[in-house]
Write a new protein. Structure first.
Length: 476
């Protein structure tokens, strides 16, 4: 399985003071100062004992000042953030923080890594002990919630000596742009599909017919009835006899991933799936909420990996009101990385997508017959949706796998038994929507399209199986 390296580069910077003063007393020091007020109780009977409180507080403040003078300056700390793997949806990413203490003493550090909400919902305080001249390392995990490019913030640090009477505040500019990718399936998850792909490839090789297709196979002497256009004139000149080219059925086909990034793909869908990563406890299910476009991008990555493994060339067209991402068909790990980078940047728009413009662009980029996976949704309009007209245009020259992403909540309303008048109207509206979708997809299927109406949790596996069926039947 092709798996390009996508993890962000480490970022390293020296710390600087946080704020104008950048230091303060700790809770331990404040508690000791408050404890000094205990001398006021016997001070009611003997006023001289009240001076003991002042002496105690002065002694505590002096000890805190001496403790603070011994602390290293913020510039004597070097901070670094590194990533063990690429941030992707539905998977945990391990982040390593390294603090290099160039001061003369051991310090206790409290760290807050300012990450965007797409990676972590709320900041978490981490603790570590930094020894002199020895890098202190700390690892923690995050699970990204949104695709795209996100800016990380500064690393904020509070550190104190083992006495804990005085602390300094520092920060390090560990800002960088982090790209969150669609969910990346591992090779283990796709072993069944890969095994079936190998079997189909062997069957196609056995059934390979010479003389058909346009992939060059070999040269042979000219025979009566051969097409004159297949004569190889350079070989004929060398041998002195007519030589014709022999072709074989193409096994490598272009596969296009066409993703709708319009407003219909912004709707968010919640599914229940097993938790992943080291922090998961057993097989406890987790509730994941992503947009329809996120699920479509995840399916696109899985299909691209399988198609490239099967020897096909994969292209991409993501569109909204305009063309967001386009990538001509290609092969190899570098091409897969470029495709994943493009999918990570696809953004759902607030307006309706221009389907006909996208199809016109696709027909110009791919004039020859190909397999097209189109992931979209059907708008609820009185007229025939524009996406259906675009699909009919594609069917004139391509094999179309048309996938409409359903809304599970609507299906649940349509199937539920109404308990009152309001639920009855809701159920009737949901059933009407489902019936209209079914009718539109049935008409598209009659025109030769492969149509699917799927919930997000079944999208990837169903599309991969359909792709292998197309390969097995040599439909392209």
């Amino acid at each position: 399985m092709i798996s390009p390296s996508l993890h962000p580069e480490p970022v390293r910077a020296a710390c600087e003071p946080r704020g104008r003063w950048g230091f303060g007393l700790t809770r331990r020091t404040v508690a000791l100062l408050i404890f000094g007020f205990a001398w006021l109780i016997p001070g009611f009977w003997d006023g001289r004992l009240a001076y003991a409180m002042l002496a105690w507080d002065a002694l505590v403040l002096l000890a805190a000042a001496l403790d603070g003078l011994r602390l290293p300056k913020p510039a004597q700390f070097i901070a670094e953030r590194s990533w063990s793997n690429a941030p992707a949806l539905d998977s945990q990413t391990e982040i390593e923080l390294i603090i290099e203490n160039r001061g003369p003493m051991i310090v206790e550090c409290s760290l807050v890594d300012d990450l965007p909400v797409a990676l972590v919902e709320s900041p978490v305080t981490h603790h570590l002990t930094a020894f002199p001249r020895v890098p202190a390392k700390l690892r923690y995990r995050v699970e990204p919630k949104e695709r795209g490019d996100w800016e990380t913030g500064w690393l904020y640090m509070r550190y104190r000596s083992p006495l804990g009477l005085f602390e300094r505040w520092a920060r390090a500019p560990l800002t960088q742009t982090v790209r969150v990718y669609p969910a990346l399936r591992t090779g283990e998850e796709q072993q069944i599909f890969l095994a079936r792909s190998r079997q189909i490839d062997l069957q196609l090789r056995r059934a390979q017919q010479r003389g058909l297709g346009r992939d060059f196979e070999s040269l042979r002497e000219y025979r009566e009835g051969d097409d004159l256009r297949d004569i190889c004139w350079t070989a004929t000149a060398r041998r002195g006899n007519l030589v014709t080219r022999q072709y074989q059925t193409e096994r490598s086909q272009p596969v296009w991933l066409v993703l709708d990034c319009g407003r219909l793909m912004r709707s968010r869908v919640a599914i229940t799936a097993p938790s992943s990563g080291a922090l998961s406890s057993g097989n406890v299910p987790s509730r994941r909420v992503h947009s329809k476009l996120d699920y479509a991008c995840t399916t696109a990555v899985a299909l691209a990996q399988l198609a490239l493994y099967s020897g096909d060339r994969v292209g991409l067209l993501a569109y909204g009101q305009g063309i967001q991402q386009r990538l001509l068909p290609g092969r190899g790990a570098a091409h897969l990385r470029q495709l994943i980078e493009s999918l990570a940047q696809a953004r759902a728009e607030s307006g309706e997508a221009d389907h006909l413009r996208a199809i016109a662009t696709l027909n110009r980029m791919q004039p020859r017959r190909s397999l097209i996976l189109w992931v979209t949704d059907l708008a609820e309009t009185a007229m025939r949706p524009e996406v259906i007209d675009g699909a009919l245009q594609l069917l004139r020259r391509h094999v179309l796998l048309f996938v409409a992403m359903a809304q599970p909540e609507v299906d649940q309303i349509a199937q539920a038994r109404p308990k009152d008048l309001e639920q009855m109207f809701l159920s009737g509206a949901a059933q009407e929507m489902a019936g209209r979708r079914e009718l539109l997809l049935a008409r598209l299927h009659e025109q030769g399209a492969l149509t699917l109406d799927l919930n997000p949790e079944a999208l990837t596996s169903t599309v991969l199986n359909q792709y292998l069926t197309v390969k097995e039947r040599a439909m392209v």
